[in-house]
Design a protein around this ligand. Structure first.
Ligand code: DQA
Length: 149
């Protein structure tokens, strides 16, 4: 599952100097190609609503437990820096998450330096542009290969 949070529906027109010219549809296509390379089916989602993201993480945890899901690539957008609830959902649902940011949040405003997701995530990719999504999908595949799931 690739799960995108608030304002990521605006990719392409949103601050292109920071996020680039790719639209969310472009990102979905890139993720679909990366998933095909690794034999994954893609479940690609975006929501501007925290509760919808929580429900998706709960659903992902159940699917992972059933052996139907390798994990979640999560770009939680600004909720990364504010949401204890997302942190709790990742832990509570025992779901494998790779935190993803298109921009290098550590080179930006101080309020973007703290992540509530990172302590609950398997790893973090930031600042590599939209290609970071493909790298995160490769990391989920690599984890599955090493752990037999
Ligand atoms: C972002 C970085 C966040 O700080 C920001 O609020 C976003 C996008 C990124 O992909 O670089 O919405 O997660």
């Amino acid at each position: 599952m690739v799960l995108n949070g608030p304002n990521l529906n605006l990719l392409g027109s949103r601050e292109p100097g920071i996020y680039g010219a790719h639209t969310l549809a472009d990102v979905e296509g890139l993720c679909r190609d990366a998933c095909a390379r690794h034999g994954f089916a893609l479940d690609f989602r975006q929501s501007n609503h925290e509760g919808v993201l929580l429900d998706a993480l709960h659903e992902a945890g159940a699917a992972q437990a059933a052996g139907m899901l390798a994990g979640v690539v999560l770009n939680a957008g600004a909720y990364t820096h504010t949401s204890v609830a997302l942190h709790d959902a990742i832990k509570g649902a025992s779901v494998r998450v790779i935190e993803l940011h298109i921009s290098n949040v550590h080179a930006r405003e101080p309020f973007r330096h703290h992540s509530f997701i990172a302590p609950a995530a398997q790893g973090v990719i930031a600042g590599l542009g939209v290609q970071g999504y493909a790298l995160a999908i490769a990391a989920l595949a690599d984890h599955g290969n090493r752990n037999g799931n």
